[in-house]
Design a protein around this ligand. Sequence first.
Ligand code: GDD
Ligand code: MN
Length: 229
Amino acid sequence: MTKPKLSLIIPTYNERENLPELVRRIHTSLKEIEYQLIIVDDNSPDETGILAEKLAKKYPIMVIHRKKRGLASAIVDGFRNAKSELLCVMDADLQHPPEKIIDLLKKVKNVDLVIASRYINRSSVKGLNLWRRITSEIAKALAQAFFPSIRRIKDPLSGFFILKKNVINKIELKAIGYKILLEILVKGRYKNVVEIPYIFGKRKMGKNKLSFVEYLNYLKCLFILKFNR
Ligand code: GDD
Ligand code: MN
């Protein structure tokens, strides 16, 4: 493979039912671009990893199989294997519309980091129920209270973003829990960040994996980022 223009990192845990549509829609919307898709699967019991290997025969996919669990650490393992200078991260459950990647790609030309944001004009969190809307607001408020430098960013906990590799080069990411973007915003080397709106849709198939433990992990992440650097 020649060096791709874009490395797209997708963490998966039990996403078998979403993966074919996701891969197809990514491929259609990126038809003009040389990209590599890195699927980081944590030994999903539903055999998402095996399905990903099958899809890799037809599409430019690299599959990383891990024995441990963890969304943020899966993304960091994806970063380590990425061949491109541009790194994009998104979920596998189609809550992040693949058609938006191209907009992120256009925007990142002039900046270091572009966040697909749920909390700016023309965005929406259609896919979040009331409980998740409330906890998301609380989590965001905590992040902004802990880190004044990122207060201007409306969605520091987004799971859908693109960055230039330089932003995280030589930076040690602890990757605790779910929210890797927060750690990147706190530790990364960047000058400019922009947010673009999108509609956070409903999960297409399968179940959400955010457990109560992840709420505790989030608090742990905040404290470690703040006090243990
Ligand atoms: N490899 C791996 N390992 N992937 C995982 C794991 C894990 O332990 N846990 C979850 N994932 C994958 C899922 O398969 C999915 O592709 C993605 O991570 C998001 O998981 P969901 O279970 O759908 O989480 P969510 O919808 O609550 O969270 C998403 O939305 C948040 C915004 O509310 C994530 O994108 C968050 O990063 C985002 O902040
Ligand atoms: Mn989801």
